[in-house]
Design a protein around this ligand. Structure first.
Ligand code: FAD
Ligand code: UDP
Length: 392
């Protein structure tokens, strides 16, 4: 464990994209001394990857595909990695038929006979426009009988069961922004994302993080849970019981800092099941979503993502979603955003506002469904601000 008596300008909690980008920026651009604490035994947060026994590069916390339209974010990360050009394609296994997801015009022609599909295509284009995206909730409001029937098909076969598995409730009862991430796409483009910049770090995410954190002003301490070290007192922030003069950027779950005194913030967690086979390929796509059957939500085959040329071995991952209970080894992955939970989050957030040098940043700390690029962007913005204001 790093010597906490050494004086640091910043204490950063968590070495995912939020914490790592801030650490690098403050250390490099701000010339600040940074102490980065991470409770896991490795850096990278949920973007961490590593080779398994078969030599296949595994995303240990679920498949991570980088995509962004934000040039600053892309350029920034490109300082620490080259990119393998990779366009993610997902299909939904609907009773054995593999339909492109997001449901698009190619999916349409696989579901209906040519004549009906052509009619539906022109109705969709007339109603929404070619190359436009329309959320399933919007499409279900369409009053045209045939489009309503199409919406019902997509709802029943793509969204309903998958969402029940992932969130434990129906698409009507979750934040509409969640299903809006995968809109019906009036296009023949089968890619999962349409962003300008897409890819996978050429050597993996972990080497990207290693490069980012390799700076003389950054001290890193792994396997260190800050819950045991940081406390909030009337006189300010205490680190191991002593006043901490620097600023703190915290990227973990905020309720845990206050012993969950208003109740635990609800999250969904995942169980990952890995299987390795003595074959070249398990499936033809990076990810296959199981939208009408199975207990897992999706299967990802990592060689599609890594581009590794390994013969007669392949590894897949099945994802099972369940409610987060804080049981040992469970990790909160998805905030469950709704009015009640967001209000509960605000109560914890308010407790932190008394401490002007304490910042909440990241998917957990902000209780939001952020992709990696959004987090990198927010970390760059916060660092800019702290450097401009002279920090501490
Ligand atoms: P995290 O990566 O969660 O990092 C937080 C870190 O803080 C962790 O390392 C944690 O151990 C540490 N920590 C927490 N509490 C403490 C404590 N008390 N003391 C010390 N350390 C602590 N995004 C995409 O852009 N593309 C994708 O394809 C994609 N796929 C995803 C798939 C899954 C299954 C999941 C769950 C997420 C996916 N994401 C994807 C989102 C991506 O993981 C997040 O945007 C990103 O990890 C957020 O970074 P972060 O630093 O905020 O959080
Ligand atoms: N979704 C679905 N069926 C699919 C794909 C997505 O019902 O085949 C819904 C589901 O509610 C999911 C949400 O859309 O949680 C967002 O999907 P995304 O692929 O963005 O989820 P993530 O990769 O973040 O888990």
């Amino acid at each position: 464990m790093t010597n906490l008596d050494k004086s640091y300008d910043f204490l950063i909690v968590g070495s995912g994209f939020a914490g790592a980008v801030c650490a690098r920026e403050l250390a490099e651009q701000g010339n600040k001394k940074v102490l980065l604490l991470e409770k896991r035994s490795h850096i990278g947060g949920n973007s961490y990857d590593a080779l398994n026994d078969a030599g296949i590069l595994i995303h240990m916390y679920g498949p991570h595909i980088f995509h962004t339209n934000d040039e600053r974010v892309y350029k920034y990360l490109s300082r620490f990695t080259n990119w393998r050009k990779y366009m993610h394609e997902v299909v939904g296994n609907v009773h054995g038929k593999l339909l492109p997801i997001p449901f698009n015009l190619n999916s349409l022609y696989m579901v209906y006979d040519n004549e009906k599909a052509m009619r539906l295509e022109s109705k969709l284009v007339r109603a929404y426009g070619m190359d436009k995206k329309v959320t399933i909730l919007e499409l279900r409001k369409n009053t045209d009988q045939e489009l309503a029937e199409l919406a019902e098909y997509v709802y029943q076969n793509v969204f309903l069961y998958y969402t029940q598995k992932q969130w434990g409730t129906s698409p009507d009862d979750i934040d509409p922004n969640v299903t809006a991430r995968v809109p019906v796409y009036i296009s023949r483009d089968n890619r999962y994302f349409q962003d300008k910049f897409q890819g996978i770090p050429e050597d993996g995410y972990t080497p990207l993080f290693e490069k980012m954190l390799s700076h003389q002003n950054i001290d890193l301490s792994l396997s260190t849970d800050v819950k045991d070290l940081l406390s909030f007192s009337e006189v300010g922030l205490l680190l191991q019981g002593k006043p901490f003069k620097g600023a703190v950027i915290y990227t973990g779950a905020v309720d845990e800092l206050f012993q969950c005194k208003f109740g635990r913030l609800p999250y969904r967690t995942l169980d990952f099941e890995f299987e390795t086979y003595d074959t070249n390929w398990y499936q033809d796509y990076g990810t296959v979503n199981y939208t009408v059957d199975q207990l897992f939500t999706r299967i990802t085959e990592f060689k599609h993502l890594s581009g590794q040329n390994i013969e007669n071995k392949t590894t897949i991952m099945k994802e099972y979603s369940k409610a987060y209970t804080n049981a040992l080894k469970e990790i909160p992955y998805y905030a469950i955003n709704n009015f009640d939970n967001n209000s509960l989050y605000e109560k914890y957030h308010e407790l932190t506002l008394k401490y002007p040098d304490f910042y909440l940043l990241g998917r957990l700390a902000e209780y939001k469904y952020y992709n990696m690029d959004a987090i990198v962007s927010r970390a760059l913005e916060l660092s800019d601000l702290l450097i401009k204001n002279g920090g501490v």
